[in-house]
Design a protein around this ligand. Sequence first.
Ligand code: 13P
Ligand code: SF4
Length: 339
Amino acid sequence: MLRLQLPLGERYTDATPGELADRIAAAKATLGDRLFILGHHYQRDEVMEWADARGDSFRLSVLAQEQPQAEYIVFCGVHFMAETAKILAYDKTILIPDERAGCSLAETLSADQLRAWKAEHPGAVVVSYVNTTAAVKAETDICCTSSNAVEVVASIPADKEVLFGPDQFLGAHVQRTLQRDNMHIWMGECHVHAGINGAELRERVLAEPDAEFFIHPECGCATSALYLASSGVIPEGRTRILSTGGMAEAAVTTTAKKVLVATETGMLHQLRKANPLVIFEPINRAAVCKYMKMITPEKLLMSLREGRDEVTVPFDIAQRARQSVERMIALGTPSPTGE
Ligand code: 13P
Ligand code: SF4
């Protein structure tokens, strides 16, 4: 990496936003094509503006391997996402501006716990959401994202038991859609999405009879949303269970005047940019992922100048994890809408 010495007396934290922007632009220009910056939809706006590509967690990891010229990928997101990029683009240097940016959902299932669960269900097929560590992916048969979880489980022969983890709400969405009895669901959750609950949703539905609803399947309210839709409280066509990438696409084509959004609030900036004519409002304003917000312009600059923090995955784990990701990719492109 650059490994520049800081000019004498310069401290990252002293810089004004303008000075920081100039320094990031200069570091980017020095690295040129050797560098590619990825930004997840939940990132701060002032970080997102430096991203060469924006997207949902999985699309970004695939993009990492599709940059033949890039030696350095800086992943502005959380650690499991940067690990997935490393698994897919093993020859590249993958950096995350702060390696402490974790994920409460990924932490709910460890490789040891998964091995013990597998031992209780010999012969079961393990499906893991991409919000997992590389070590968990290495113990997994096939990965899924929020946009293709239903298709992935549907591809498994009906007589096979399925172990689905770690997100219980995404698992419930899949089970409800496929009506599959032999599916066991790990009781993990993301603290941000679990906090967007059915009671809040119901209140907003009743107060805003004309609004459309974009709901991430990790939300505690996803089950209630589908129930409210199927029982006619919200018109079915107005309730859309979407990945962050699916939301970005649906924002462009929606005909609603107002859309209420159930996911991390960073998504709101992206949706408003995608369609300034629509009013986008969060269902829960407090749905903020503190891990995503750990990435700041100061840390991005440090990453570009000093090559930190490098994300590594042991080779054998990466090989096995890659197989579970590639099985998912072989099933086809994730549906853009996540429905
Ligand atoms: P997406 O895969 O939809 O980007 O979601 C990732 C995530 O962390 C949701 O909280
Ligand atoms: Fe993990 Fe939840 Fe943050 Fe997404 S919003 S990165 S699932 S903690």
